[in-house]
Design a protein around this ligand. Structure first.
Ligand SMILES: Nc1ncnc2c1ncn2[C@@H]1O[C@H](COP(=O)(O)OP(=O)(O)OP(=O)(O)O)[C@@H](O)[C@H]1O
Ligand SMILES: [Mg+2]
Length: 259
């Protein structure tokens, strides 16, 4: 059997702050196959961002390991692209120079990084805005720039922590379609945190459901809806049943379930 692209093995995290211990993650284990789009859902504070910080190598776990392509990558920075929950564009850099920031940090010259990034900006809805500043962009455009910055890094895996959380419903819906298109082009393994169950079902191949803190994986759903996905997929019986299974885990009762 081929090894998983990303494997999280018995990951545990305990924070000790001013004498009190907070268990953020109890052993969490899963493997993700190459090129898949996997969402992680779970209540606020269950450890989703902590999980990402550990996978990205920014935080050492108190137990367990992270493997990439079957090799131990625990505590190794730079193996995955990571868009933080509150990822901000630098206000004093233009859109183009924000997008190239990650590449520059990895040692690519600004000139080369700009030449690499420019066609992507044009292709993915930021053409003509290269020399603008973040304050001149809509919320959706700012998120496109932040996502492109993450996707243009030379990593096979990207972690996206609630990238659309602050957007209005209409912009969010457009961004979901944009992300699916770019994911199909880039062929990366995406791990995506969201609070929005419909978003998780619409985007994903699989959904990992986490329990309240201390977080562990309580369910793993496979989404077999056809791709490319159209909005109308949300009316299908499969979509609705996946959504209800997720909502039930999160403690919501829909009218259909109560009936
Ligand atoms: N550096 C830290 N020190 C102490 N406790 C922490 C630290 N980071 C996170 N925690 C605690 O660990 C738990 C998990 O936090 P985390 O931010 O990972 O949750 P989350 O699932 O991302 O929440 P949200 O959905 O609100 O973003 C929370 O109780 C949080 O207070
Ligand atoms: Mg979080």
């Amino acid at each position: 059997m081929p090894s998983a692209k990303l494997e999280v093995r018995s990951l545990a995290m305990q924070f000790s702050t001013s004498g009190a211990d907070v268990a953020a993650l109890t052993p969490v284990s899963f493997g993700l196959s190459e090129g898949s789009f996997v969402s992680v859902i779970g209540p606020s504070g269950c450890g989703k961002s902590t999980l990402f910080n550990i996978i990205a190598g920014l935080q050492p776990p108190t137990g367990g390991a992270v493997l990439i392509d079957g090799e131990d990558a625990t505590g190794t920075i730079g193996r995955v692209g990571y868009m933080l929950q509150k990822d901000l564009l630098l206000p004093w850099r233009t859109v183009l120079d924000n997008v190239v920031l990650g590449m520059e940090i990895k040692g690519v010259s600004r000139q080369r990084a700009r030449a690499t990034a420019l066609p992507y900006l044009q292709r993915y809805g930021l053409g003509g805005f290269e020399d603008r500043y973040p304050r001149e962009l809509s919320g959706g455009m700012r998120q496109r720039a932040a996502l492109l910055r993450t996707l243009l890094l030379d990593t096979d895996i990207v972690l996206l922590d609630e990238p659309f959380g602050a957007l209005d419903a209409q912009t969010r819906s457009a961004m979901q379609e944009w992300l699916l298109q770019i994911w199909a082009d880039f062929r990366k393994t995406v791990v995506f945190v969201t609070h929005d169950v419909e978003e998780a079902v619409f985007l994903s191949d699989e959904i990992l459901v986490m329990s309240p803190r201390p977080g562990r994986v309580v369910d793993r759903l496979t989404v077999t809806l056809p791709r490319p996905r159209a909005r109308s997929v949300a009316n299908s019986a499969d979509f609705i049943s996946l959504k209800e299974r997720c909502l039930a885990h999160l403690g919501h009762v829909t009218p259909e379930m109560a009936a």
